[in-house]
Design a protein around this ligand. Structure first.
Ligand SMILES: Cc1cc2nc3c(=O)[nH]c(=O)nc-3n(C[C@H](O)[C@H](O)[C@H](O)COP(=O)(O)O)c2cc1C
Length: 277
């Protein structure tokens, strides 16, 4: 049996999930969204997985483009796992729709509650101490179900979210290209280029040893979260400032903006485009 799991991950929650599933299946190739879909086709796979975070009630745009271009074995068992904090929106419908265009079907879909990673907008929450063991529990159950090739109807977007999608998400989607305009490095930058290597969007180039962001950013926070000297600073776009203030206020979050990434996913894990488990 051949299993291939394709993933997008900024702060490691989704890569950690993909690895858990691969181990439970008993071996799989893990393939990053950074690869060229034409070179990593899923035509020869019996089990195909897609694992990614929810961004703005959908999947990250780069992952959408990747799946659109990817060829798949129509008869495979195909699963999708989304990591998120509270609202998964239309992310499963998006992937199911892309598969349908290829004549394939989503056999299993599940969303896993994780630590919110949008640290340029608000501090990570809920606390890792509570959330990491809870994530583990959800992931173990999910991995077992997938390894047993369980069929599971994927979650749909709630009627209220559907009704409010454009008005609720419009300002954030419009601000997406503003994200990296506020990124810069301070004098702690060691010119190591790690930020360039962990970026799932290949959005960072190095010029005179320093990172330059090229405005193809989804705000995944990988560069910020994994910078070894915390040299990457950011200005929060206006739309996210309001969201951040609102979330921080209702959840009484601390002012200190910790740079979250999954504790078991290191920069080197995100740097490898393919791994076999
Ligand atoms: C730009 C951005 C947008 C997000 N949008 C949503 C969202 O619409 N709904 C939600 O529940 N979580 C949202 N989140 C939280 C992430 O889905 C969650 O933290 C995810 O586990 C991160 O995965 P990763 O660590 O693999 O990058 C968002 C996070 C970021 C960075």
């Amino acid at each position: 049996m051949k299993a291939k799991i394709y993933y997008f991950s900024g702060t490691g929650n989704s890569l950690y999930t993909a690895r858990k599933i691969a181990k439970e299946i008993g071996g799989a190739e893990l393939i990053s969204v950074r690869c060229d879909p034409d070179e990593v086709s899923a035509n020869d796979a019996d089990v195909i997985g897609f694992v990614c975070p929810v961004y703005e009630w959908d999947i990250p745009g780069t992952f959408k483009k990747f799946i659109k271009k990817l060829s798949v074995n129509k008869d495979a068992y195909i699963f999708m796992v989304a990591t998120y904090i509270a609202v998964h929106g239309k992310c499963f419908e998006t992937v199911a729709g892309l598969l349908e265009e290829k004549g394939a079907k989503l056999s299993y879909g599940k969303a896993i509650h994780c630590v919110a990673s949008q640290c340029i907008a608000y501090p990570p929450f809920p606390p890792e101490k509570i959330m990491i063991p809870y994530m583990e529990k959800q992931m173990n159950k999910t991995a077992k179900e997938i390894a047993a090739k369980t069929q599971r109807k994927y979650p749909h977007m709630g009627w209220l979210s559907r009704k409010r999608y454009n008005s609720a998400m419009g300002p954030y989607l419009a601000a997406e290209h503003e994200y990296d305009k506020g990124f810069y490095t301070n004098d702690k930058c060691k010119k190591c280029g790690l930020c360039m290597k962990v970026c799932p969007n290949k959005n960072i180039t190095m010029e005179n040893g320093h990172p330059v962001w090229n405005h193809n950013c989804h705000g995944c926070n990988a560069c910020v979260a994994y910078c070894p000297t915390k040299a990457i600073q950011f200005q929060t776009p206006q739309a996210y400032k309001e969201l951040g203030t609102f979330i921080s206020k209702i959840l009484c979050l601390p002012d200190k903006r910790k740079r979250y990434h999954h504790p078991d996913i290191k920069a080197k894990d995100l740097m490898s485009d393919k791994e076999s488990i």
